[in-house]
Ligand binder design. Sequence first.
Ligand code: NAD
Length: 489
Amino acid sequence: MTAVPETSDVKHLIGGDWRPASDGATFETRDPHDDSLLGNVARGTAADGADAITAAREAFDEGPWPRMSPKERAKILHAVADKVDEHREELSLLETRDGGKGINQAQHAEIPRVAHNLRFFADYVAMAANEAYPDGDLLSYTLYPPAGVVSAISPWNAPLMLATWKIAPALAFGNTTVLKPAPQTPLTANRFAQLALEAGLPEGVLNVVHGFGGEAVAGPLTSDPRVDRITFTGSSATGVRILQAAAPNHTPVSAEMGGKSANIVFADADLDVAVPMSIRAIFGGNGQVCLSGSRLLVQNSIMGEFLDRFTDEAKKLTVGDPKDPANFVGPLIEQKHLEKVHSYVELAESEGGKILTGGSRLTDDARAKGFYYPPTVIAGLTNDSRTAREEIFGPVETVLGFDTEDEALRIANDSPYGLAGILFTDNLNRAHRMAARWKAGTVWINTFFERDLRLPFGGEGSSGLGREGGQYSREFFTEPRAVTIRLRS
Ligand code: NAD
């Protein structure tokens, strides 16, 4: 195991200054492995939120950042990415302690993706082509000036990876930003901001404020007319509140929200691929992943064999200290969330579900102080049960059967959510047919979680509003402008 870094008081970063909350209030961030105290965090007030917007506004209206060429900005963002690479182990361990993230996942997937987010958008902007249409003596073209001040509000389940999925494009396109990380996981945002300043990001371009949703620090971030864009990732209920807060100012919102995605396995699938991938799709990250395949649809002709293999694999997964790379997953984020997850398991039983494995908190000596819950597999429910319709956001798989392709799609699409679809089949025609008819922002066929950042990312229905990624991020983080000039001979 790697040594644990020291943590200290966690302040806001506003216009280059590290500051406590305006009223001095703090809240605790704790380690979900043993509930030990990691740091006291500035509990942001509405005044702190407004100050951070003022700093971002000044940096946008008067500072160098929006006026730099894309190549100049790209150079600095690459330097920030280099810093992230240099500090990969430290950032990974912070993520692991603050949010219970498995160290392997942090070191080999999420923190490298932070650096990739920065490099990808830096290069995308520097190399993007603009349209130009010569038409006789008229020349028309599009400009993509930055939108202005961007509020970025992020969740706890992949803290720095999702924060930089917002900040990286916002900065690359020339905006200035105010980031509010989730209160459960504030640590990596601050370390990242320190590294960004060291790498040459001008002061005021990235501001970080901490605290809770609702009326305090998050109030101005969503309702201040000086904010030009709001990019949010979190639950669908919070997304609605943010849309309401933004509406009076007509502030555009990009919202990446919850999911209840179907993972469909056909009898013609290669089960040596489908079983381990389906395991990863629900139990990776403890099911605390928006894209989780939390409704497992298995063709009835292979239900017995598939379910035996799937349940056996689920039982073998090691759940323990996330700092130990031998463990597959760590604890859930906090006590309240553990209670929510368990309440859904109780609900499933009352709805007639049969627990095939898991189903109660792990309380042995090594795990008693933390929020540990085992992989849980539930069969015997229908798609209209609450267990199958509501987002649990934990290691709980609901297994449903189907006979035909049409039936599988009908069940998959019968959900308020529409984030992802996961499909295992060796029938190429079926794969394309289903991808075209699936209510989902992303469809994976015989794989899971692979992302090409040029493609749109987002969800349908309660899963989201708008898309980000590649050109879709350009649409959102800029104010596209049509220019037409008549040329005189
Ligand atoms: P959450 O909605 O409780 O909080 C997300 C962020 O919003 C936090 O920073 C929180 O402090 C802030 N917030 C809460 N109320 C607010 C308000 N009224 N105004 C402004 N900000 C407010 O979500 P969470 O529990 O942190 O994250 C889990 C949820 O996120 C799940 O529903 C999951 O599916 C979703 N998620 C979606 C994606 C995606 O890409 N679609 C990715 C990761 C997580």
